[in-house]
Every structure is written in C-alpha cells, then in structure tokens.
Write a protein that binds this ligand. Structure first.
Ligand SMILES: CC(C)(COP(=O)(O)OP(=O)(O)OC[C@H]1O[C@@H](n2cnc3c(N)ncnc32)[C@H](O)[C@@H]1OP(=O)(O)O)[C@@H](O)C(=O)NCCC(=O)NCCS
Length: 192
C-alpha cells in the first residue's frame, strides 16, 4: 500500500478548510472517541493556533484517510530515579538536571494525538507500526532542521496501548493525572 502524507495546513491552503473538515469526518476511531473528536473537530483550530500540527496519512490510490497524528514540542519533567546510567547520559544531551529534585527538564517532541482510521475496511487498514514509522520520518526531518532527540507521549492505562508503545521501543518514565479529562496517563519516551 502506498501512502501519501500531508500537513493539515498545506491541505487547507490547497483545498480550503471546508474540504479538509469534510474529509476529516471520515476519521473513525470507536476505541478512542476523544482521538476521533480531536481529528474531526479540533485539529484545524489547533493547527491554526499552532498548538499542534496534524498530519494526515492517506491511501495514494483512493485518497482514503488511513491515519492521523498531531505533533508539537513541549518541556517535560523526567524523574531520574527510574533511569539507567545510559539513559541519563542520553537525556543529558537534551535536558537539564535540577539537582535539588533530581528531575530532568527536557525539551521534547510530543506525539499529542495518534490514531488509525477504523472506518477503513480491515484489509486496507494501516498498522500502528506503519503509522509510527511515518511519525519518525516527519520528526527526523524536523530534527535535521532544529535538533532535538526525545519523543514522548501520554498513553491511557490500557494494555493494548502500552504493549504497542513498548513494541515501538518507548519506555515509561512517569504518570500524570489530567483534571480536565479526569484520567490517568502513563508517560512514554524514546530517543531518536
Ligand atoms: C495505537 C494504534 C495506532 C496501534 O495500532 P495497531 O498496532 O495496528 O493495533 P490495532 O489497531 O490492531 O489494535 C490492537 C488491539 O488494541 C485495541 N485498542 C486499540 N486502541 C485502543 C484503545 N484506545 N483502547 C482500548 N483498546 C484499544 C484494538 O481494539 C485491538 O483489539 P483486538 O486485538 O481485540 O482487536 C491503534 O490501536 C489505534 O489507532 N488506536 C486508537 C487510537 C488510540 O488509542 N491511540 C493511542 C493514544 S495514546
């Protein structure tokens, strides 16, 4: 399957906001309604406000949306207590240690949203791993322009998801509770 990747702002420039909004309504993610809601209803506004930029992966042949992800960059606190010496050394390239707390403050790329379109027939669906490879490609290009070397994301306490991120070489570095969503998240990171 050949895929086509576009930045939502380029899509809007090319085809207009209404067309992009309409296309995004085909993104269906019943296993995670908040991700479905984000791509359908909030991704354009977030991109316009430069809060996060959505990337749309579609099938080169028929144009169907196969998956979407939203990227941004953010400071993140990483406790040194669970890190190996090797990880600490890697982290120190991109982070500052607060000696008083033992925490590292790092600047990192955040995969703010990530999901495949379950509206596409099962045989034609992209895999999570293929979608993550595309995230890597985008970030490697950004890294080439401005540097940086940590990717992180928040993930619900769900075995299917944690297994997936571990298989993609992410490691858990913390937990946080979102008051807004009343939800606990595990935080995962990876060097690249
Ligand atoms: C994360 C993801 C890209 C991984 O893709 P994948 O490796 O191809 O995995 P699959 O889509 O086959 O999912 C594997 C299993 O996890 C389940 N699953 C996926 N996301 C889930 C979620 N958010 N909550 C609960 N179960 C979920 C699937 O239903 C599937 O279950 P099954 O094996 O019983 O059919 C994909 O599962 C996805 O898009 N999930 C929905 C969006 C999401 O939750 N993103 C992560 C935000 S942190």
């Amino acid at each position: 399957m050949k895929t086509h990747l576009t930045n939502i702002l380029d899509e809007i420039d090319l085809h207009g906001e209404e067309k992009v909004r309409k296309d995004l309504l085909t993104f269906s993610c019943p296993v995670n309604p908040s991700i479905e809601n984000f791509f359908r209803n909030r991704s354009i506004d977030f991109a316009r406000r430069k809060l996060s930029i959505t990337y749309i992966v579609s099938d080169m042949e028929d144009g169907l949306i196969l998956g979407c992800f939203a990227l941004t960059h953010k400071a993140v606190l990483i406790s040194s207590s669970n890190l190996s010496n090797t990880s600490r050394k890697q982290l120190e390239r991109f982070a500052r240690l607060d000696r008083a707390t033992g925490d590292y403050m790092a600047s990192a790329f955040l995969v703010a949203q990530f999901g495949k379109n379950y509206g596409v027939d099962n045989g034609k669906r992209i895999t999570g791993s293929e979608l993550m490879d595309i995230v890597n490609d985008v970030l490697i290009n950004i890294q080439r322009e401005i540097g940086g070397g940590i990717i992180y994301l928040d993930c619900e306490d769900n075995e299917n998801l944690t297994r997936f991120y571990v298989s993609e070489k992410f490691r858990k570095f913390g937990e946080r509770f979102s008051d807004e969503e009343e939800q606990k998240y595990f935080q995962y990171m990876r060097f690249f």
